[in-house]
Design a protein around this ligand. Structure first.
Ligand code: KG4
Ligand code: ZN
Length: 337
C-alpha cells in the first residue's frame, strides 16, 4: 500500500510518499522563505502563487525519490486546514484532481493534528495519554491525547503564536525571516538573564497562552535601550527574549501535566526546532518522570510526511472517507487552534 500526501497550508510546498507501515519513502519540502524574506513575513497571495508553481514538480520529485510511480498510489491525503485559504486550496484542488483521475480515495487531514501525529513517526511507542505542545508560526496549543486520533485541546494562544512573536521581533529589528532560527543563532552568545521579562499570567487559571505582553515588553526594552541589529547588547536581548518565550511555554506545559497526569510529553511544530525549548522540554519531562517525543528538525516544520502519518492513522482506525470531490478547505478550526 502506498500513500501520497500533500501539504500546502502556509509557505512550504511539500509532498511525501509513505507505505502501509508508515515508513516515509520520501518527504520533499520546498520552502518559500526567500520569496517572503523581503517582507519579513508570509504574503498570502505570493504564497498561493508559489504553491501553484511548485506543486507539480514537488509531487513528481516525491514520487521519483520514493521510486513509486503515480499509478501505484493507492490513496491520497491532503491538509484541509487550518492555514492560509489560498495556499490550502492549491493543495486541496491538486489532490482532488489526482484522486479523481486515478479513481482513488482522498483523505483530508487537520494541519495541527498532523503536527502531533507526526511525532509518532519516529517515536511510535510513545505511551498514552500524551500531552502535546504544538508551537509554530500559526499555532501555540496544548492537546491531550487519551487515545490516538482523540485530540482534546486544553489550551491555546489568545493572541500571537510563539513563532509569530519571534518572527515579529526579528522583523522589527530587521534581522531576517523566518525570525525564530535567526534569533536562535544570534542569541547563542547572549546572557538569557540580562533583560527582565515578566511572564504572562491568565487571571482565570486557564491553560491558554498569551505572547502579546512579552512582545510589548520586548519593544519597550528595544526603545529604552536603543537596541538595533548592530547593538553590542543585541545577543543578550535576544537570548533574554527567547528564554522568556520558552519559559512561558514550559510553565504552561508543567501546569497542564500536573492537571492531566499524562504518561508522555510531545513537542511539535516549527518552533520545536529551537534548541533552548528542546532542552527545557526534555528537562521538564525528566523531572516529572515522563517519557517524551520530539521529532527531528525536518519533521517539526511543515511537511507532508506528518500529513501522511495522520491519514494512515485514520485508515487504520476505519475513519469513513467521503468522496474525494466533496472535500473542502477551511482556514481556521471552528473552535480556533
Ligand atoms: O510549523 P511551521 O513550519 O509553520 C507553521 O505552521 O506556522 O513553523 C514556522 C515557525 C516560524 O515562526 C519560525 O520562526 C519558527 O517556526 N522556527 C523557529 C525555529 N525554526 C523555525 N523558532 C525558534 N527557533 C528555531 N530554531
Ligand atoms: Zn505547521
Amino acid at each position: 500500500m502506498f500513500l501520497l500526501a500533500i501539504e500546502t497550508s502556509c509557505d512550504e510546498t511539500s509532498a511525501a510518499v509513505l507505505d502501509g507501515e508508515a515508513r516515509v519513502l520520501s518527504n520533499i519540502v520546498l520552502s518559500q522563505d526567500e520569496v517572503h524574506a523581503p517582507y519579513g513575513g508570509v504574503v498570502p497571495e505570493l504564497a498561493s502563487r508559489q504553491h501553484l508553481k511548485a506543486i507539480d514538480p514537488v509531487v513528481r520529485e516525491s514520487l521519483t525519490a520514493a521510486g513509486v510511480p503515480l499509478g501505484s498510489i493507492d490513496v491520497f491525503a491532503v491538509t484541509q486546514g487550518p492555514g492560509l485559504i489560498g495556499s490550502l486550496l492549491v493543495g486541496v484542488s491538486f489532490a482532488k484532481g489526482l484522486a479523481y483521475v486515478h479513481g482513488k480515495p482522498l483523505i483530508g487531514v487537520d494541519h495541527v493534528q498532523a503536527h502531533i501525529e507526526g511525532a509518532f513517526l519516529e517515536h511510535p511507542a510513545t505511551p498514552l495519554p500524551a500531552l502535546a505542545l504544538i508551537v509554530s508560526g500559526g499555532h501555540t496549543s496544548l492537546f491531550l491525547l487519551k487515545q490516538r486520533l482523540s485530540f482534546e485541546r486544553l489550551g491555546r494562544t489568545r493572541d500571537d503564536a510563539a513563532g509569530e512573536a519571534l518572527d515579529k521581533i526579528a522583523k522589527f529589528l530587521d534581522l531576517g525571516y523566518p525570525g525564530g532560527p535567526v534569533i536562535q543563532r544570534l542569541a547563542e552568545s547572549g546572557d538569557p538573564e540580562a533583560f527582565e521579562f515578566a511572564l504572562p499570567r491568565m487571571t482565570d487559571r486557564s491553560l491558554d497562552f498569551s505572547f502579546s505582553g512579552l512582545k510589548t515588553a520586548a519593544l519597550r526594552h528595544i526603545r529604552e535601550n536603543g537596541i538595533t541589529r548592530d547593538h553590542t547588547r543585541l545577543a543578550d536581548f535576544l537570548a533574554s527574549f527567547e528564554a522568556a518565550v520558552v519559559r512561558a511555554l514550559i510553565e504552561n506545559l508543567g501546569r497542564a501535566a500536573e492537571q492531566a497526569e499524562p504518561r508522555s510529553l510531545i513537542l511539535c511544530g516549527g518552533v520545536a526546532r529551537n534548541t533552548r525549548l528542546r532542552a527545557r522540554f526534555e528537562e521538564t519531562a525528566r523531572a516529572s518522570g515522563l517519557l517524551w517525543a520530539i521529532p527531528s528538525g525536518k519533521l517539526c516544520t511543515d511537511n507532508a510526511a506528518m500529513v501522511g502519518a495522520l491519514a494512515l492513522a485514520k485508515i487504520r482506525a476505519g475513519v469513513l472517507v467521503p468522496p474525494a470531490l466533496e472535500l473542502d478547505a477551511y482556514p481556521r478550526n471552528p473552535a480556533g487552534a
